[in-house]
Design a protein around this ligand. Structure first.
Ligand SMILES: [Zn+2]
Length: 381
């Protein structure tokens, strides 16, 4: 390579500096050399101590599994490194060698260079996000007016208001992440037989004494009746309408997008904005999960389990009251009836009824994918 070419190279690249660029310039700046060894003016001569080094490009060949020659190592030794421009030609320096062979001043330059590179990536992501704004707002509007949201909120309200203590009981089961089960108190006949054998001749005497003291003589044990699993758990836990939460999430996203629309934000401000938006995406995912859970909660099998569980609870309650009052329990008639995607409480003229419409479909997760894509993509000018 002639001195002339190196000089031309130097003149050209002196104009392209990564320092002090506005966002527009930054977006078009090329930080990465995709094939550093093929750049013009590369020399393997040791860097002259009287020339100032200028960081020109970075390279990262880890993805391709190719190591790059290094002016200090003298052989292909590094996946990651930088191209350093001197008046006498370019040098390829491995990242680790850049830190060991150069002073503090150069290290500071390297940090600034990497910061500018990161800033470019954030600026691209910010542009991509800004470009996606109309789609994001359209998807929010579509979701908020999706019939699934209205159905969920209406059924959640009817369930909580119309099914009183049963709704509270199921919410307890849901919060403890348990199965639907009823704890029954039953006579423990085995334990009574064992006691009779143990007491022998003293049996009648002991019984008289216990009764005279006003204590119960019969022995009881508790037995769990397992009715089955509870499906659509989050529906039963939840008490806040989806429409309320969507409004709050939409508002927060809108505010963050307004902040991010400002030019001249620092890298930190931009990445903080992205992090906050990512949190909102997680919140949004939970609302979609609630819409899915509604269908599971109102599946025929789940409603049948809930009806069975609620009836067994009521029957056991009535039986215990009878025992306390020392009378025979009245015959029990079921009060809860499941029929397909419908649950009814009561047999009189005004039973509480709750039904999931056959046409119910959870809203499509379009907004979620729009946001995820907008937050992860680089802007393509
Ligand atoms: Zn090296």
């Amino acid at each position: 390579m002639s001195t002339n070419t190196v000089d031309t190279l130097f003149e050209q690249s002196a104009e392209r500096s990564w320092r002090g660029m506005n966002e527009e310039m930054l977006l078009n700046f090329q930080f990465t050399a995709s094939d550093p060894e093929s750049l013009d003016g590369i020399t393997e001569d040791p860097p002259p101590p009287d020339e100032d080094p200028e960081i020109e490009f970075r390279y990262n060949m880890a993805g391709r599994g190719e190591r790059v020659r290094c002016v200090y190592c003298k052989h292909p030794n590094h996946f990651k490194g930088i191209v350093v421009r001197y008046r006498s030609g370019r040098r390829l320096v491995g990242r680790d060698c850049a830190l060991t062979h150069h002073g503090v001043e150069f290290e500071k330059d390297l940090i600034d260079f990497e910061a500018a590179f990161e800033r470019q990536s954030l600026a691209r992501r910010r542009r991509a996000l800004m470009a996606a704004r109309p789609k994001i707002f359209q998807d929010f509007t579509d979701l908020k007016t999706d019939p699934a949201v209205e159905t969920h909120d209406r059924l959640m309200k009817s369930w909580r208001q119309g099914f009183g203590y049963v709704a509270v009981g199921v919410a307890d089961v849901a919060r403890r992440d348990e199965r639907l089960k009823v704890t029954k108190i039953e006579r423990d006949e085995a334990a009574e037989r064992e006691r009779k054998q143990r007491l022998g001749d003293r049996f009648e005497e002991e019984r008289r004494k216990t009764k005279a003291a006003g204590k119960p003589w019969q022995l009881y044990k508790s037995v769990d009746l397992d009715v089955g699993p509870l499906d659509g758990v989050v529906f039963f836990k939840n008490g806040i309408p989806i429409s309320t939460r969507l409004e709050a999430i939409h508002e927060a996203v809108r505010a963050e997008l307004i902040t991010l629309a400002n030019d001249g934000l620092t890298s930190r401000q931009i990445s903080t904005g992205f992090r906050k938006l990512a949190e909102k995406v997680d919140e949004l995912a939970r609302e979609f999960d609630l819409l899915d859970a509604l269908a599971e909660a109102f599946s025929a099998g789940n409603l049948a389990n809930i009806a069975k569980w609620a009836n067994a609870q009521a029957e056991e309650q009535a039986r215990r009251e009878a025992v306390v009052e020392n009378r025979k329990p009245e015959p029990f008639y079921p009060r809860f009836f499941a029929d397909g995607q419908s649950l009814r409480w009561g047999t009189g003229r005004h039973p509480a009824t709750i039904t999931l419409p056959d046409v119910y479909r959870p809203a499509p997760r379009t907004l979620l994918s729009t946001l995820k894509e907008a937050l992860s993509l680089d802007y393509e000018p």
